[in-house]
Design a protein around this ligand. Structure first.
Ligand code: SF4
Length: 405
């Protein structure tokens, strides 16, 4: 995409741009047959919502606090029209903190010798899922570092056993999201065949050079290939990016949103960078007091703007209010839920393991037991005038006729 100069230097121009983009979003929703009075166009595909990279850059840089407020309010209105007031809770079970990779910011990197490592047994994972289902969760997210100790057969066994758990007072099965990193296509196919519904593989950054620098031995090209395999195999695909990476610019973030749109993701996890101290980036930050590491100043604000822009351009996507946002700002999740987000992903890993899944330090809700966690989140959600969804929360795109997805 060519980045040209777009003149949005004052609030009036910003509001004009915002109005123009939200009109395109409304037209998209009408084509999809979503929202009050919408009439789907016969045989026409709904999306995506088109915006140039220069428009997205402008959207991400509101010139005044009032303009920023208008962005969040527009995203909140679109969220209500597109996916309603329900907030979907996804129970994350982090079953292994072993990782064969060495990403520059992540505490699970294999060279972090200070982290006590754990692997949950198959029975432990299934029991954690059973407990989450009993509490009312209708999606479990099985997450780990890149850990090939769990081979295809083991993961398929876990999926089948969780899928066989009957749901209290309803038919159907719990939805399973996998978040296991990069795997061979044949394994993704086997997991899907075993019953996995969704796969979350964040692209982290759509800048190939930045990606290469922060993820030794990995490439953006491979990442994209994995995501395309997941799409071909019929998963509901989740991806997403980190906000606040060193050297990242607003154009990079606009490219991230462009990439998510191009992939037409069903879910996009957008969260701020929180550097773990036992990593190369952590050491760099420590030595330079944050200055030479080139970290942008306010990752929380920029994350909220990115979530809001993603809601306008991917209106039917599920957008989580991430735990990283809640860690970086005590009201971060509430703020995200009021700026376009509609998902919260609490950590239901057994408490004896949970604190060791230390991608970043000081993560919220490390010691809460699962039932108080569910109640606490329910209060937070109802306090915002929203409600907790009681269904598995499959992508709304999945409910559209095939031709309009
Ligand atoms: S970001 Fe993911 S792949 Fe990279 S070290 Fe952490 S857990 Fe491993």
């Amino acid at each position: 995409m060519q980045l040209q100069q777009l003149q949005v230097s004052n609030e009036a121009e910003y509001r004009e741009l915002l109005h123009d983009i939200t009109c395109r979003t409304s037209a998209f929703l009408a084509r999809a047959g979503v929202g009050d009075g919408a009439r789907p166009s016969a045989g026409q595909k709904a999306g995506p919502v088109h915006a140039t990279q220069e428009e997205v850059v402008a959207l991400l840089t509101p010139p005044t606090p009032a303009a920023e407020k208008a962005l969040f309010a527009a995203a909140d209105r679109v969220r209500r029209a597109a996916v309603g007031d329900a907030v979907h809770l996804r129970a994350i079970i982090e079953f292994s903190n072993h990782c064969e990779r060495s990403c520059w910011y992540c505490g699970l990197r294999r060279f972090n010798r200070k982290l006590p490592r754990y692997r949950m047994t198959v029975d432990e994972v299934v029991e954690a899922a059973r407990a989450a289902i009993a509490l009312g969760f209708r999606t479990v997210v099985l997450q780990s570092g890149e850990d090939s100790w769990y081979d295809e057969r083991t993961i398929c066994t876990i999926i089948r056993r969780i899928k066989a758990i009957s749901l209290p007072s309803s038919s159907g099965t719990v939805a399973i999201t996998l978040s296991l990193g990069e795997r061979p296509r044949a394994e993704y196919a086997a997991f899907r065949e075993a019953g996995a519904d969704r796969y979350l593989l964040k692209h982290e950054t759509a800048d190939p050079e930045l990606y290469r620098r922060l993820h030794p031995g990995m490439s953006f090209t491979n990442r994209k290939e994995c995501l395309h395999w997941l799409r071909e195999l019929g998963y509901q695909v989740g991806s997403g990016n980190i906000v606040g990476l060193p050297g990242q610019t607003v154009s990079t973030l606009a490219a991230d949103i462009g990439f998510l749109s191009e992939l037409d993701v069903e879910m996009a996890g957008i969260g701020p960078l929180i550097v773990h101290p036992e990593t190369p980036l952590g050491k760099l930050v420590e030595r330079s007091n944050g200055k030479e590491a080139g970290l942008p100043a306010d990752a929380v604000t920029m994350t909220l703007r990115t979530v809001a822009a993603a809601r306008l351009l991917l209106p039917l996507a599920h957008l989580p209010a991430t735990s990283a946002l809640g860690t970086a700002d005590p009201r971060g999740r509430q703020r995200a839920l009021q700026a376009g987000a509609n998902v919260v992903m609490p950590d239901l890993t057994p408490t004896r393991y949970r604190r060791h899944y230390e991608i970043y330090p000081n993560k919220i809700c490390i010691f809460e037991d699962p039932s108080s966690c569910f109640n606490c989140l329910s209060r937070m959600i109802t306090g915002l005038g929203r409600f907790v969804a009681t269904d598995p929360g499959h992508s709304p795109k999945w409910q559209l006729p095939v031709g309009r997805r």
